[in-house]
Design a protein around this ligand. Structure first.
Ligand SMILES: Cc1cc2nc3c(=O)[nH]c(=O)nc-3n(C[C@H](O)[C@H](O)[C@H](O)COP(=O)(O)O)c2cc1C
Length: 343
């Protein structure tokens, strides 16, 4: 593919809103649900650069809400935070329906059902990607949520259980028939987990048979990969995942390019470390000690691709307090600032 063809200008659809049932979203670049990552704090950072993008909470187990008196923190949504979707998983339609009502009360603009998680703990109980092997249950889940939610219901799934069992064409049709308003397709099988390449060619095939919007997911890590994926799949949008770990600028960079044809400069090391500091402070304030512990992995993700990143990552992976982390980050930032060539 030539560089000239890597522009969105020949594809006017990409600069237009994304229609998810009754909900219109002014961006075709979405931030994926990431368990342990896409809490309120992370989403605020992503949204600063991508204010119009649809974002997802971490997945929430519907049955876990059954005996709770209060809505758990994982379902927190900022009052001004739109568009937002709370992602649910379970294998029981009744639990999922009840959880969807709570999610809508929280402000969720759509309800997303997770049918892709490959983790044994989830699939053993009939949730996540195991639904690919039980399409009739998956259908019942969608129907149950559509009936009660009053907002569009979407599905996020994979290609199938394994390379020998790619069932997505039939499965996707069934989800559409059950009332799903959009399908996000991670181009890997359950067996692949998070390894190997996403098989975008299957996303194209699904796009060709569905009427509802299809969002492509898997290996979208840059403007280039997003454009290549949109070109190869004909998808209605792209969803970024691991590419946003330690880089909450990604969704905004791709969104900006699709809308303007103009490339934003990548965030510099100093911008990334400033962002890391803000992330740490906010997590500490929001979750206390648990937030500091969780921030260690985020901080290490921010440390890549610049001189001294390994050493910095090592130091940050052991912090015990917000102050510890900020001190280490301030020192690293000062070093960059005293050496403009590295900034
Ligand atoms: C740490 C981590 C947590 C994830 N949590 C969720 C989740 O809660 N819900 C979900 O649908 N997918 C989840 N995923 C899958 C991603 O949303 C995405 O589908 C997958 O990583 C493929 O995209 P990528 O190749 O760009 O990373 C998770 C992935 C990772 C790495």
């Amino acid at each position: 593919m030539t560089n000239a063809s890597l522009t969105p200008l020949g594809q006017p659809k990409l600069a237009q809103p994304l229609q998810i049932g009754t909900v219109q979203v002014q961006s075709r670049v979405l931030q994926s649900p990431l368990s342990g990552v896409t809490d309120l704090v992370f989403r605020r950072l992503v949204r600063r650069y991508a204010p119009q993008s649809m974002m997802y909470t971490e997945m929430v187990q519907a049955s876990s809400l059954q005996h709770l008196r209060e809505v758990p923190q994982i379902m927190d949504v900022d009052p001004e935070e739109h568009p937002i979707s709370i992602q649910l998983f379970d294998s029981r339609p009744d639990f999922l329906g009840e959880a969807a009502q709570i999610a809508v009360d929280q402000g969720s603009d759509t309800i997303d059902i997770n049918m892709g998680c490959p983790v044994n703990k989830i699939t053993r109980k009939g949730g996540g990607s195991s639904l690919l092997r039980q399409p009739e249950v998956a259908e019942a889940l969608v129907r149950a949520v559509v009936q009660v939610a009053g907002v569009p219901v979407t599905v996020k799934t994979r290609l199938g259980w394994s390379d020998g069992e790619i069932t997505i064409l039939e499965f996707a049709r069934r989800m559409q028939d059950a009332g799903a308003a959009m399908l996000t397709l991670h181009g890997r099988t359950r067996q692949q987990g998070y390894t190997g390449e996403a098989q975008w060619q299957w996303i194209r095939r699904v796009k060709e048979v569905l009427e509802i919007p299809v969002i492509a997911n898997g290996d979208i890590v840059s403007v280039e990969s997003a454009l290549r994926c949109l070109d190869e799949t004909g998808a209605d949008g792209v969803m970024c995942s691991r590419g946003t770990l330690g880089y909450p600028f990604l969704v905004g960079e791709i969104d900006h390019f699709l809308k303007t044809g103009e490339r934003l400069p990548p965030a510099s090391p100093v911008q990334r470390l400033d962002c890391a500091k803000e992330h740490l402070r906010a997590l500490g304030a929001y979750k206390g000690d648990r937030g500091i512990y969780q921030s260690r992995k985020h901080l290490s993700w921010y440390c890549k691709g610049f001189p001294g990143a390994n050493q910095l990552r090592d130091q940050l992976s052991r912090i015990e307090s917000v102050e510890d982390g900020c001190e280490i980050l301030d020192r690293a930032i000062a070093q960059f600032e005293s050496n403009p060539a590295k900034r």
